[in-house]
Design a protein around this ligand. Sequence first.
Ligand SMILES: C[S@@+](CC[C@H](N)C(=O)[O-])C[C@H]1O[C@@H](n2cnc3c(N)ncnc32)[C@H](O)[C@@H]1O
Length: 343
Amino acid sequence: MADERQKAGRNRTLSLTETEIPVLREKLVTLEKLENGCFCDAGSCGNQSGAEQTGLSDIKKIENTIIQCDILKALEYLPDEFAELIIIDPPYNLTKKFGGTVFSAMSNDAYDAFLESWFPAVCRKLKKNGSLYICGDWKCTSSLQRAVEKELTILNRITWQREKGRGAKSNWKNGMEDIWFAVKNPDDYTFNLDSVMMKRRVIAPYKQDGKPKDWQETDDGNFRLTHPSNFWDDISVPFWSMKENTNHPTQKPEKLYAKLILASSNEGDMVFEPFSGSGTACVTAKKLGRKYCGIEINEEYCLWAEKRLADADADKAIQGYFDGVFWERNSLKEQLKGQKKRG
Ligand SMILES: C[S@@+](CC[C@H](N)C(=O)[O-])C[C@H]1O[C@@H](n2cnc3c(N)ncnc32)[C@H](O)[C@@H]1O
C-alpha cells in the first residue's frame, strides 16, 4: 500500500508512506464504527451502540468523514435528507478493476437493476431543496436517465469532453462523459450562476466607441466573462504532473467538481459523495468551504482521499479555478502573471 518507488521529477502523483498509513486509517469511519455508533478515531470509545445509533440522528458524526464500507450497508446508517448536494460517479457499465475488485460489464437490464439497488436510497439522503449530479459514459447514460427520472426532476445533461480515452480499432474513441443534473424540487434549489462564470480569451476584440464591448482589456490579456453552457471542453482528466493526481483508475478532476459544487451549494452546505474513490468531491468541497461525507469500499482509495483532505488544510488551490473564475485551458501563464502582480 505504501508507495515509495522512485518517481520522475515532475511526477506529482500522490503516494503514501508506511508511517502515514496508520494515522490516515484511524480517521476512516468503518462499518464496525457505524455499528457501534462510535466515531472516535480509535473506534472503541464505548458510546451507545446498536439500534440506538441506527439512523444516526446526530449528523455531526458523519460530517467531514470518509466511510470505508459497501454503499448498501453504509446508507442504512445515514440520516435521510442530510445533504444539500450529492455527486455520484458510480462504476460505469464496463469491466474495470478497482483495486483488487473487478466490476464486470453486464446487460443494460442488469445495470438498471444495479442502479435500482442503491440509487433510490441515495436520493432519500438529499434535502428537499437539494441537487444531484450523476456521471456516466455513452453506454450507461440511458440507464442513468431512467433511474434519475424515477426519483427526481432532471434539469440538464452536461457533456464533458474529457479528451483522454482509449483508442479503438473498429469504433470511435470515447472522449466524452455525461453528467446528469437533477433536483428534488424544480421550484426550490440552489444555482449560483455568478460563481461559475468562465474567463475566456477574446479572439476578435470588438470595440464600440473605442471601448471594449463586453470584454476586459488587461495587462494579462483580453478576456470575456461568459455564462457556462452544458458543454464543457475546458477540463482535462488529472494527469501525473498535477498535484491532485492519484493512481485511481477513474479519478475525476477537481475543476470539474468545483463547478458543480460552486453552482449547486453554498458555503457550509453538506456535499455527499457515494462511490468516492480517491475522494475528489469531498476534497473539492473542503477546499470550497463545504462539509463532506464520502463512501468508498476500497481501503487504499479511502486513504488516498484522507491524505488529499489533510493536504487541503494547507493548500486550497484548485487547478484551473483562480480568483473566483474558471479559466480556459492553457491559460496558466496569464493566471500566474495576475497572481504575481496581486502579490
Ligand atoms: C468511478 S469510481 C469513482 C472515482 C472518484 N470519482 C474519484 O474521483 O476518485 C467508482 C468507485 O466506486 C467504488 N465502489 C464500487 N462498488 C462499491 C460499493 N458497493 N460500495 C462502495 N464503493 C464502491 C470503487 O471502488 C470505485 O472507487
